[in-house]
Ligand binder design. Structure first.
Ligand code: C2O
Ligand code: CU
Length: 414
């Protein structure tokens, strides 16, 4: 298959650092198109945030760009281009920042990257985007929008994908993780998909969620967890004896992604294995509570702004505060402010809202950089304005972001 990748694997090879390290990464653009790299979730200096037209010029085909920054916080992150719908090609890879004070409590570690895949199967992501935006009457998404309103996430997405992947593999030839019975594994889960929320569970196991978007949570046991585009969850799992499926089910869509966990002998599950775990309650990230250490100190906001998420399939335009990006007015903050973003979702779809360069706190104190805002739902996000620059705030459905669901957060001098 011919696709775009970092080096030559999908996902790209993971980058690892320890919190406090200086990273120097040269992007050598051998793609036939402009690109950039965005270091998703990292509170880095604005100039290396990788947003063309906002923080840098696009890196032209055949050119190089040096990204150099300190990684301040430990956690599970990833990186991807911030140009068009390039994320929906194979351009993504994990970025793991180790905690020098990691208390451990686990024996080994796996990375699970989820994706929805169509490149090389008849149309490219760019062609899908053109079809979504070009047809004035027919809905080219291939999606059945009659699930609209179903709890908890409403309308399932804009694109029907032929494949769902874990670490680049389809369920018919799954990736296999190996371990020992009784071993405690930290699983770092990253949803790199462009248009798909997944529910993740492991046959015959429960998981204990310990972190989201890099920050610690009060450990919470569950049969499974929902994970939106751009979100990350870390879980600890104690392995049983045998061969087990790790399944990611796309919300409201057909098919699934699967990987194998092997600790002993056993039969390999079928690619379409139906896990009983999905009949049990699946945890939503917003139900997690922060650890004391990851809480943002309680404080009255100095200023606030409303972010109204709007749009529809036809015509295919997605907006923040009534207009697509470029036509909406930037949100202005002043360094040192505690700032509140009042997010209002005025659509029948869930949107994973992502903030660059900062993390925010949900009303219950949970720290995240990407949050699922349910259909017609509202949420109040607080951030500490401590990282000057011009930052993107956008939906991590990459087709929505490209169609305008983005706004700038600007620091102004006071
Ligand atoms: Cu992972 Cu602006 O995005
Ligand atoms: Cu969206």
């Amino acid at each position: 298959m011919d696709t775009w990748a970092y080096t030559d694997t999908v996902p790209g090879i993971d980058l690892r650092a320890t919190a406090g390290d200086l990273m120097r990464i040269t992007l050598d653009n051998q793609l036939p198109a402009d690109t950039t790299i965005h270091w998703h979730g990292i509170a880095l200096p604005n100039a290396v945030d990788g947003v063309p037209g906002m923080t840098q010029e696009p890196v032209r085909s055949g050119e190089k760009f040096l990204y150099e920054f300190l990684v301040p916080d430990p956690g599970t992150y990833f990186f991807h281009p911030h140009v068009g719908v390039q994320l929906d090609r194979g351009l993504y890879a994990p970025l793991i920042v180790e905690d020098p004070a990691e208390p451990g409590g686990y024996d080994s570690e796996w990375i699970v990257v989820l994706d929805d895949w169509l490149d090389g199967t008849g149309r490219t992501p760019d062609e899908v985007y053109r079809q979504l935006t070009a047809s004035p009457s027919a809905d080219p998404s291939g999606m059945d929008h009659t699930t609209m309103g179903a709890a908890p996430f409403g309308d399932a997405g804009d694109v029907a994908y032929p494949h769902y992947l874990i670490n680049g593999a389809i369920p018919a030839s799954p990736v296999a993780f190996r371990g020992k019975k009784g071993e405690r594994v930290r699983i770092r889960m990253i949803n790199a998909a462009s248009d798909t929320i997944f529910a993740v569970a492991i046959g015959g196991h429960t998981m204990t969620i310990t972190h989201t978007d890099g920050f610690g949570v009060e450990p919470r046991q569950s049969a499974g967890i929902y994970i939106g585009m751009g979100e990350r969850y870390d879980a600890i799992v104690t392995l049983g004896d045998g061969v087990f499926p790790l399944v990611a089910k796309p919300w409201g869509k057909e098919g699934q992604a699967m990987a194998l966990i092997r600790t002993g002998s056993g039969t390999v599950p079928a690619p379409d294995v139906q896990l009983a775990e999905f009949d049990r309650p699946i945890l939503q990230g917003t139900d997690l509570r922060p650890t004391e250490a990851s809480r943002l100190s309680e404080q009255q906001p100095d200023a606030s702004a409303t972010l109204e998420l709007g749009g529809q399939m036809n015509p295919y335009v997605w907006t923040i505060n009534g207009s697509p990006f470029g036509q909406n007015s930037p949100i202005e903050v002043v360094e040192g402010q505690r700032f509140q973003l009042d997010v209002v979702n005025a659509t029948m779809m869930t949107h994973p809202l992502h903030l660059h360069g900062h993390t925010f706190a949900l009303p219950n104190g949970l720290r995240k950089d990407t949050v699922l805002v349910p259909p017609m739902g509202t949420t109040a996000l607080q951030l500490q304005a401590s990282n000057p620059g011009v930052w993107a705030v956008h939906c991590h459905n990459i087709y929505h972001a490209e169609a305008g669901m983005m706004i700038a957060l600007n620091y102004r001098q006071n």
